[in-house]
Design a protein around this ligand. Sequence first.
Ligand code: ADP
Ligand code: MG
Length: 308
Amino acid sequence: MTESTQESTEQQTQKDFPLLKLATYGKGGIGKSMVSCNLSVGLAQRGRKVLQIGCDPKHDSTFTLCGFMIPTIIDTLQKKDFVYSNVWSEDIIYKGLFNVDCVEAGGPPAGAGCGGYVVGETVKLLKELNAFYSYDVIIFDVLGDIVCGGFAAPLNYSDYCLITTDDSFDSLFAANRIFASIREKARTHPLRLVGVVVNRTLNRDLVMRFAKTSPFAILEALPLLETIKESRILGKPLIYMRKRLEDALENKIEQEEEVTIEEQREFDLMTYTCGAFLSLADVFSTNPEGVVPMELPDRTIFTLLSTG
Ligand code: ADP
Ligand code: MG
């Protein structure tokens, strides 16, 4: 056993659960950060100590956990002239709601440098601070489509990948590219796709068509909800938003005002969505088997998803 393996094994045995590292991917704007934050909350509710690492230069991954855009690792390193020994855990790890720890890797200046390098430096720094192995779950919330090795870098540090998609051609096309990256990385380490979360629609027609040809699990389908949009603006997770809605409806009933069908529907779907995140947390609590996905050639997926 090498010194570092021994060290990480010792660190692991002090914890209640083995360390699970998960990367969330999907087309830009599809809801990855929403899924990451609320999955972090679900895992925390299930007793896991979670670290969420935002790996998008947009650095808004942890906004709904912290309520503000936390400084990035790159900001902090710049401030400390890249002298790693001057950086402390509290400079880069921020406490979010439900005791979820939050880090934003940040990104290189637009048009220069590589996002993969930034993720690598983030992991290096967390290891140097002895923070990396003190969690039960680490979630890397990664940006957009995989178009180069830099975008795929978080997969090097992950055991599992979770893809967020909707039921449309573009996001499934992006998912197919992510499949290819997972398969490539799975050659050298035990990386698995746990499945996909369908977001912003309860339809699953296209995604099921894709899953029949290239098998993967459809874990949850989440509706498009005004309250989810609002959660981003208020910087609060969905469980908080559901309670807020419940209080508002109870208040209406107390005031003898009518609760509309739309309001009741929004509340019922929020309750369903919060439950879906707990179920998703349960999937990751059982060390899922997952699959090494098989991507389809571009023309095949184009034909598969374009024809009626
Ligand atoms: P990504 O991380 O993939 O770029 P975000 O998680 O930041 O995407 O989501 C983009 C925007 O869409 C955010 O404002 C978010 O609140 C909103 N959003 C995500 N999922 C839903 C949903 N199911 N219903 C309504 N709005 C949503
Ligand atoms: Mg995001």
